[in-house]
Structures are given as structure tokens and as C-alpha cells.
Design a protein around this ligand. Sequence first.
Ligand code: BGC
Length: 250
Amino acid sequence: MHVLGIDIGGSGIKGAPVDIEAGSLLAERYRLITPDPSTPEAVADCIDQIAKYFEWDGRIGCGYPGAVKNGVTLTAANVDQGWINCDAKSLIEQVTQCKTSVVNDADAAGLAEIRFGAGRDVQGVVIMITLGTGIGTALFIDGHLLPNAELGHLDIRGKDAETRASDRARAKKNLSWRAWAKRLDEYFLYLEKLFWPDLIIVGGGASKNHEKFIPYLTLHTPIVPAQMFNAAGIVGAALGGMEMAVDEPK
Ligand code: BGC
């Protein structure tokens, strides 16, 4: 089955058709710059442009950078506030005329890694962490997702974890990899203490530089880079709607 996967991000909106049984992209991904302001209407327009680019009239699966329930986006840490309580699913369906599902972006990336990447066949508690504009997290037990875990917003030293330790924070504050790894380590140790995971998978933009910070981490949990890199968000977005049965019985 083929689904158009769309990854809505703070800086770019990326999409490609996905073979959801194989977990692979069927074409080179197409990327548009996230409009400013990133209102739901402006982003839905970009999604429509991506659908038109691929001459798409099938299903669309979107990953959104905030909590999502039944197609309604509930939070908006790094996008326009108009997404709070927005019926994103209906809006995108109206604009594209395609059946659409919307899930959290870290849940999407995590699903892709659990089914096809670094978390494949791993039993026990797996935490997927995406390090990008924000910090996204997805929790799995024996391959099953607990959706909308917003652990990027845990409080560390009186601050939101993602403002201290996201990849954006590293770039903005011009931190060395070592200095940033120290902040990450503090965050991971906290997660470890709360969840006792069996595996942590690190994805998102920063994961392509994993060898620059993973060696500095002191936690006991095995920690590995994501295997699907750029594709995880798109593949997972395509998978999301189907796996989580967010909109209709299968
Ligand atoms: C949001 C999460 C999202 C993460 C990565 C955070 O600010 O609250 O829902 O997964 O950023 O985009």
C-alpha cells in the first residue's frame, strides 16, 4: 500500500510517497520551506503543493510537531499558535481532497524505527528521541506505541528540556559537541531514572552527527543512532494513520 508521507517541521515541510509495507520512499523527497507565520492554512497549502507535485490522489499521512488526538492538533511549541485545537485532519482533507491522518512527528519517526530501523524486533521499553528544532519523544513497549509522550518538555534546572538541549539550542548558543553532550547527558539520565528503558534511539537532525556526542554520554541504557535518518519522519508519518487507527477502523 502506498501513502504520501508528510513531515511538518519548524523549518521545512517534506514529503514523498511511501511503500508502507517495505518502509521505503518511492521517490526522492520534495521539500518546501515552512511558511512564516506557519499557520494551519499556510501549511495545508504547502501540503497541497507537495501532493500536486507527486500528482497524488491517494491517502496522506502527516507528522506534526505537537500532541495530536483524533486529527486535532493540541499543542504548538515551535509552530504558529493557530494549531492549538485545530482540526488539522479536516483542514488538510478539505484542501487536498485526500483522506488524511495526522500523528505526532516523534511518534511517526519512532514507528518507522521500530518497524524498519534501529528498534526492529526489540522487546521491552524503547524510547525514541528526536533532536532537532525541539526535542521529540516516543515511548514503546514490545513494539507498541504510547502516543503523545511530550518528554521534551520535562523540567531540567527550572527550564524546559528542549530549550536547553535541542539541536537548535546547540546551534543558537554555539555550544561545542562536548558541552552540548553534557546537557544531553543530564536529560538522558533523568529519562533513564524515570523510565528504565532497554534502548534509546536518537534521531532527528542531530543524529547524523551522532559520533560527535554519543561517546560523551554516561548513561547505562544502550543508546544507538536512528537508522533511517531523513526518511524516518516521512515513512513514519505514512505509517502513523494506519498503525494508530486514528481515524477509522481498518
Ligand atoms: C513538541 C513535540 C514534538 C517535538 C519535535 C516539541 O516541541 O512538543 O510534540 O514531537 O517538539 O518536533
